[in-house]
Write a protein that binds this ligand. Structure first.
Ligand SMILES: NC(=O)c1ccc[n+]([C@@H]2O[C@H](COP(=O)([O-])OP(=O)(O)OC[C@H]3O[C@@H](n4cnc5c(N)ncnc54)[C@H](O)[C@@H]3O)[C@@H](O)[C@H]2O)c1
Length: 247
């Protein structure tokens, strides 16, 4: 059984969806979890965790803002004295065919899905380096591996996360810090509920296991990578996709 007792974890965008499932699972494994989101859903999830007798704190912050991220990290270190586990999960989609894609649709996805990963990781690594232990797990997507029409912005951001993860994995490895990415496939959340029925059917036909993944499937993989059991795994991309992208 994975034991994250005495570990402090931050999960970005964990007010709902996959991030919330990750936060609940890390808490179940014993970690004290900081729930970040841009709105007060963060407080609701932190309260839900506290109601189980575990420790949790909300951090309402926009992860695309250097100032917000800096204040959030300072508050975490002031409250807990350290940060051990960073889960870069916050993300959005703004789908559009290339010729119709606006600068705003490109910039917002690149900022929320990729720049946030840089900002949060830079801020957290500062503390992880000193303690010579850390886990950075970023939520990419199989779209970052295989592409998808109408998602040039999202695919670029999610592929960017993979390059970023491999670069920093090499940088911080000598200090006992690992960095990995998870590439979820088609997971049943608010993000995918927006898809049209025919798009869903078409995607389902491409999943060898024959069913949609749940946020818990992603949370289980994240929790393993966050543990001591995964100490020798770094710079990897783990697809949690029912076999959609197997090569
Ligand atoms: N759902 C899927 O099938 C799927 C597949 C592959 C990858 N992913 C990735 O998993 C992650 C979570 O997806 P989800 O389906 O749970 O999405 P979701 O929309 O349900 O949740 C995303 C959360 O991020 C928060 N957020 C957005 N912008 C933010 C900001 N600037 N600062 C702080 N928080 C912010 C939102 O408020 C929301 O609570 C995303 O990175 C997404 O790209 C999802």
């Amino acid at each position: 059984m994975i034991n994250l007792a005495n570990k402090i974890a931050l999960v970005t965008g964990s007010g709902r969806g996959i991030g919330k499932a990750i936060a609940l699972k890390l808490s179940e494994a014993g970690a004290d979890v900081v729930i970040n989101d841009i709105n007060d859903t963060a407080e609701c999830v932190a309260e839900e965790i506290r109601s189980t007798g575990k420790n949790s704190m909300a951090a309402i912050a926009n992860v695309t803002s250097t100032a917000d991220v800096s204040v959030m990290m300072d508050n975490i270190v002031a409250a807990y004295g350290k940060i051990d586990i960073l889960i870069n999960n916050a993300g959005i989609t703004r789908d559009q065919l290339l010729l119709r894609m606006t600068d705003e649709e490109w910039d917002s996805v690149l900022n929320i899905d990729l720049k946030s990963v840089f900002l949060c990781t830079r801020a957290a690594v500062k503390y992880m380096l000193k303690q010579r232990w850390g886990r950075i797990i970023s939520i990419s997507s199989i779209v970052g591996l295989a592409g998808n029409p109408g998602q040039a912005n999202y695919a670029s951001a999610k592929a960017g996360i993979i390059g970023f993860t491999r670069a920093i994995a090499r940088e911080v490895a000598p200090r006992g810090i690992t960095a990995n990415a998870i590439a979820p496939g088609f997971i049943d959340t608010d993000m995918t509920q927006r898809l049209k029925e025919e798009q869903k059917q078409e995607l389902m036909a491409r999943i060898p296991l024959g069913y949609l993944g749940s946020p818990k499937d992603v949370a289980n993989a994240v929790t393993f990578l966050a543990s001591d059991e995964a100490a020798y795994i770094t710079g990897q991309v783990l697809a949690v996709d029912g076999g959609m992208t197997m090569v």
